[in-house]
Design a protein around this ligand. Sequence first.
Ligand code: SF4
Ligand code: MSK
Length: 626
Amino acid sequence: MLMKHDKQTITEDGRLMLDKAQTDQIETVWERYQSQLPQCGYCDMGLSCRNCVMGPCRVDPFGEGPQKGVCGADGDIIVARNLGRMIAAGAASHSDHGRDLVEVLAEVGAGKGSGYQIRDEAKLRAVAAEYGIETEGKEAAAVAGELADAMQEDYGTRKKSLALVQRAPEKRREIWKKLGIMPRGIDRETSEMMHRTHMGVDNDWKSLLLHGLRNALSDGWGGSMIATDVSDILFGTPTPRPTGFNVGVLKKDRVNIVVHGHNPVVSEMVLHACEDPEVIKLAEARGAAGINLVGVCCTGNELLMRHGIKMAGNHLTTELVLSTGAVDMMLVDYQCIMPSLGNIGACYHTKMISTSDKARFPGMQHREFHPDNAARLAEELVKEAIENFPHRGNVFIPVESVDGMGGFSVESIVGALGGSLDPLIDAIKAGKIRGAVGIVGCNNPKIKQDYGHVTLARRLIENDILVVDTGCAAVATAKAGLKTAEAAQYAGPGLREVCTALGVPPVLHMGSCVDNVRILLVAAALANALNTDISDLPLAGAAPEWYSEKAVSIGAYFVASGVYTVLGPMPPITGSMNVVKLLTEGLEEAVGATFAVEPDPEKAAVLIRRRIENRRKKLGLPALAV
Ligand code: SF4
Ligand code: MSK
């Protein structure tokens, strides 16, 4: 049966590629979602538990069936435990990604990381100083080695708090201390969450949720922050640069290589190999006009931020990109890579390659990257992609790409503002910019692709609210044309004036999922400049189309850092009204911010505008009635 693709996605390339996938009899995420309906109501409400084999158990939300699991856990405990485990999985994913980067930094420090080098020495020295490392008179490699050691200590359990929490405003740190949620060790908090949620350990739903915040903080002010800092040190701190978006970035006459996943350790080496003149000559000898390296998801965003590499799509486009028949090789590292991809690649000529020792996929050839073989293996693989170019069948690239700008690190935003955040603060005080919102997260087949991100971003900028975004949200708004300087025309008069003066878009691309910490750092810098706390500022976060456990951790560290955060899809917590009330109301008193859940982005925009105007009023700034 033909699907109405305008129900699946707002994007033109998505609709056309869905037609193509259907013609080619490729099963996509949307069809598999349909085949799962109706999804399990107990799981949807968080009321099922399989933490031990006295179970699996479930609690009846209507009060007619069992109200307790075999061990005696009630709905509150089961819901809180399940949410805690989602946070632990998300925090572990980001933080383990950070660990991989620290290990490369350690290799570089030991003079062994062949092909990797320090690209931002100033940042290396600045971050090392934050860790209390004496850098004066030392070679960069020596500093890198010491910093890698100190960061590895952060993963362990021997400290009272992580080094980088010092970047949070003092008032925020006091809140964390008072609540007993100061993150200690990155691995420790995740490990403790797994312990607490074992049968017969923490059976107080409030205490479980508080530890959830601590676990998430160990990601936001720990693992993810380390991942971003070390990526900047090794590969360069991003600066604004032009790029392009959607499936139209694939080129019929070039060898197309797509990188997918999250960690830039592999993709940076692949980029390097693609720029080798000898390798380019080989591509020409095989009849191609050159090599075209593009990205999807966050590995793509990492390359986009630092090199302007173009993005073929976000999460729900990853299968469709293959059905262009134009991809000669897809290289994946880890996270958000659908296990369906290998089999889709096999329907075309695409070589599918997995590269991480911890992530394998059906239908993919496994070629493992390590610092000592990365440069050589990257070149080998790019050459194999070139040799695959003549094997292409029909190619279908139905759209032209959309222009956009990426590369807005904290450093480059401060640079664009002339060296300090003062002009931004002045614009906020004057009401030209009413506040700022971070839109983050994924696509989810439960929501029309990109509709949540794009609608929310449009409503916010129309109302003079600056939007910064990351991950798949950032690609969604870019595909919709909101990441050019000209997009200032869609903003309200105040934001338009500021963007036009600076030549920047009203929606700033701040990077990958781990780069959400860049948003935290802007918030912290604003709070410090105003001698206040993050929760007092006219800021908010939103994840209109989230799907992943990582997004739960991100949402939890945003809220625990004082940022009101609106989720699109409902997390699996409705089985416990106690948990729902704590997360959506009770946390306000504890950490100065809460979650809200609103799947309709039009209504989410109203909630956020209300919050921002409320915070403006509290700061004594001119406020509007919403
Ligand atoms: Fe059932 Fe309790 Fe075991 Fe969960 S921990 S499966 S509720 S017995
Ligand atoms: S890739 S976590 S689908 S944003 Fe970071 Fe996109 Fe979400 Fe993965």
